[in-house]
Design a protein around this ligand. Structure first.
Ligand SMILES: Cc1ncc(COP(=O)(O)O)c(C=O)c1O
Length: 427
């Protein structure tokens, strides 16, 4: 861990423990440097980070003070740099979780896909056109730094791992999405080559950035000449009348590579996607031609044919209605069984719920216990290299809401209660 980070962690823990109460003056930069044996620059960096995270405030010509409500308010998550050498092996755990959801005996709340019965065609064939991976490959070289959200889609973490890149995970919030101030600071601090972000119904949190924030995001990245891979696979599953625009709509200089797919709204098995790659289009095409990846022409033609009829719109309308109904029923069932302190995200559209349990409950433990009872969930650990979401899980509501699902939710509630009790006993 970097030295400044050690000091950040130490002071943060002390502030949380009220060793430094709100309003208290901290040692000056020089005093802190003398006490800790760190350089003045390192101390200054640590204080700046604490200030940017809302723990301390600086007063001109006076020094640094603990922020008035530092211990009570939950400050933003720190930006996390994940060098490729200290990346956890996300792949094997992701594989285990996804593999379990394919067993028909398991209740697939941890799955990333909707019920295939909702789609007009059922298909067994699988093909890749990995628009997202090709895009990432086109704009980076091994060792480059890439910004992702924290938490983020585990596919992004896997792609970063596979291409031997370094990640910078920026705090993202269920309401506001990615923190643009933190993003700008990261762009100033690291030589970032690309971002892999979701602007519509982010997986796993479910937020959609407002048009204004999308515009600000594109302007910021354009200013720093950073490519943005926009993972927009859920944009058709919107709420209300109007489909939200992608960030790509605000891109005048071609820095956004807009990626979409039919996996979440028409046919999961095809895995046909596309990318509008702006200034990087030729590079993406070249990489695709050089790789062995190609999408079957008959599948593309079948899709093109379907899209040219009105059936696609009719299908999407019905799909959105069904998903909204299922999500509402799932939410009601979960509210009945979860502890009062648990929080269920309530973002419109899509089909995921992000559930935040009381901090002492470990969702990975819950995942293992639930699996023994034939129920899968997607624990927070899948979506982050930090421990920040170890008490959270993603819940897929796009499955028929029947007695089996109700019983599975009851079981989940019981397991959560047992975990809470065993933590309380240990204390
Ligand atoms: C955010 C996100 N992006 C991309 C994908 C992958 O889509 P496809 O199956 O079309 O490769 C998924 C699937 O889980 C996803 O959730």
């Amino acid at each position: 861990m970097a030295k400044y980070q050690q000091l950040v962690d130490q002071l943060r823990t002390q502030i949380e423990a009220r060793i430094w109460p709100p309003g208290e003056k901290l040692p000056s930069l020089r005093q802190q440097a003398e006490q800790s044996g760190l350089s003045l620059m390192t101390v200054m960096h640590a204080y700046e980070v604490l200030e940017s995270q809302g723990w301390i405030v600086s007063k001109p010509q006076s020094g640094y003070y603990v922020a008035p409500r530092a211990a009570e308010s939950r400050p933003r998550l720190p930006t996390q740099a994940i060098a490729k050498t200290d990346q956890a092996d996300t792949n094997s755990f992701v594989f285990d979780v996804l593999q379990a959801t394919r067993d028909p005996a398991i209740m697939p709340f941890g799955s990333a896909f909707p019920d295939p019965e909702l789609f007009p065609q059922r298909q067994l064939m699988r093909s890749l056109m990995e628009a997202l991976n090709l895009s990432l490959q086109a704009v980076t070289e091994p060792g480059d730094w890439v910004v992702i959200e924290n938490p983020s889609f585990y596919g992004a973490l896997q792609a970063i791992e596979r291409l031997k890149l370094n990640a910078i995970a920026i705090a993202s919030d269920v309401e506001q999405g990615i923190d643009l101030d933190e993003l700008e600071q990261a762009l100033q601090r690291w030589p970032v080559k690309a971002c892999w972000l979701m602007t519509n119904r982010q997986n796993p949190l479910g937020f959609t950035l407002s048009a204004e924030r999308k515009q600000q995001l594109v302007a910021l990245l354009t200013r720093y000449q950073v490519a943005m891979i926009e993972d927009d696979v859920y944009s058709d599953l919107y709420h209300g009348h109007d489909k939200p625009l992608p960030a790509r709509a605000f891109d005048r200089e071609g820095y956004v590579l807009h990626c979409g797919s039919f996996s979440k709204n028409l046919v999961a098995g095809f895995r046909v996607g596309w990318v509008a790659a702006g200034r990087y289009a030729q590079r993406v095409q070249r990489i695709q031609m050089m790789s062995t990846l190609s999408t079957s022409a008959p599948m593309q033609l079948a899709l093109a044919d379907f899209l040219s009829t009105r059936s696609y719109d009719t299908h999407l309308k019905k799909l959105r209605q069904t998903l909204a109904k299922r999500k509402q029923l799932a939410q009601q069932a979960l509210r009945r069984v979860l502890p009062a302190e648990a929080h269920i995200s309530d973002t419109p559209g899509g089909y995921f719920l992000w559930i935040t349990l009381p901090e002492q409950i470990n969702a990975t433990q819950l995942y293992h216990l639930a699996l023994q009872q034939g129920i899968s969930i997607a624990p927070g650990q899948l979506f982050s290299s930090s421990e920040s979401f170890s008490h959270c899980f993603r819940f897929n509501t796009a499955w028929p809401w029947d007695a089996r699902a109700e019983a599975a939710v009851e079981t989940l509630g019981t397991l959560i209660g047992q975990l809470a009790q065993s933590v309380a006993v240990k204390k």
